[in-house]
Design a protein around this ligand. Structure first.
Ligand code: 16G
Length: 246
């Protein structure tokens, strides 16, 4: 396939699609090098500037990565997160990764006004405040901050969550089985503290998620999480609209 100079699609964008197809067709895999920008320019009869624009785009999309002085290589595919009431542990295992958790902060605190409102609690109700760094195959993936009412899980602060699933502890130790939830997702950037934990430059893009999980109508967890946007993509099944539904 060649670049179509009469197409309304910009040339750098046509080259993006051609390159991605070429990577699949030639069977290139993770960490394999792609041809140099000079070679690509010759092959597709494009200026060096256009090729550079395409490679920059593919790097920013996380499909390629550059190593200064060495070249440009095929990046690892992103991890696809399904929008379900699954735990990080379940989600990672289902995708063939080894899940991990580092306990960063564990405290019992009075719920702030916002937390109390979101969880349907009286202001200042004691909640477990849990901050964890989540890893997949040992690589930092997300920083998760959760609030859980103390009365639902007394003594939870005494259970180490390092390398353990919070949802498993809630189920096994407290008999809490989450049965519904809701989640909002928005684009965000890494603040200095999270950038350090995630091993990313400050200001890197993240997926900022806020989840409320319930059991028998009661809010069990309010969690705000920051996931690396360079490693994650979200996947959601789309069901048909029901007649009369909103
Ligand atoms: C997910 C949840 C998080 C929950 C965790 C429990 C999102 C954005 N967050 O990561 O709220 O605390 O699962 O995972 O989905 P665990 O049972 O493996 O500790």
């Amino acid at each position: 396939m060649a670049i179509d100079p009469t197409s309304p699609v910009p040339k750098y964008s046509q080259l993006r699609d051609l390159l991605l197809d070429w990577i699949v067709e030639t069977g290139l895999s993770v960490d394999d090098p792609i041809p140099s920008e000079r070679e690509l320019g010759q092959r597709y009869e494009l200026s060096r500037m256009t090729v550079r624009q395409t490679v920059d785009l593919l790097v920013s999309e996380g499909k390629l990565y550059r190593v200064p002085g060495k070249g440009t290589f095929v990046a690892r595919p992103k991890i696809e997160m399904s929008l379900a009431l699954a735990s990080f542990t379940e989600d990672m295992r289902a995708r063939g990764f080894r899940p991990g958790a580092q306990d960063l902060v564990r405290r019992v605190l009075p719920a702030s006004g916002g937390t109390a409102r979101a969880m349907g609690l009286e202001p200042e109700t004691p909640v477990h405040h849990i901050e964890r760094l989540r890893t997949a195959d040992g690589e930092p993936m997300a920083v998760e901050r959760s609030s859980i009412p103390l009365d639902l899980a007394p003594g939870l602060d005494g259970h180490s969550l390092a390398g353990r699933s919070l949802y498993e502890v809630l189920e096994q130790e407290y008999g809490i089985i989450l049965d519904s939830g809701e989640q909002t997702i928005e684009a965000g950037v890494c603040d200095p503290a999270d950038a350090k934990l995630l091993g990313l430059p400050q200001g890197s893009p993240v997926l900022s998620m806020r989840r409320r999980s319930f059991a028998n109508g009661r809010c069990v967890e309010l969690a705000t999480s920051r996931y690396r946007a360079d490693r994650y993509t979200l996947h959601s099944r789309l069901d048909p609209r029901r007649p009369g539904g909103s």
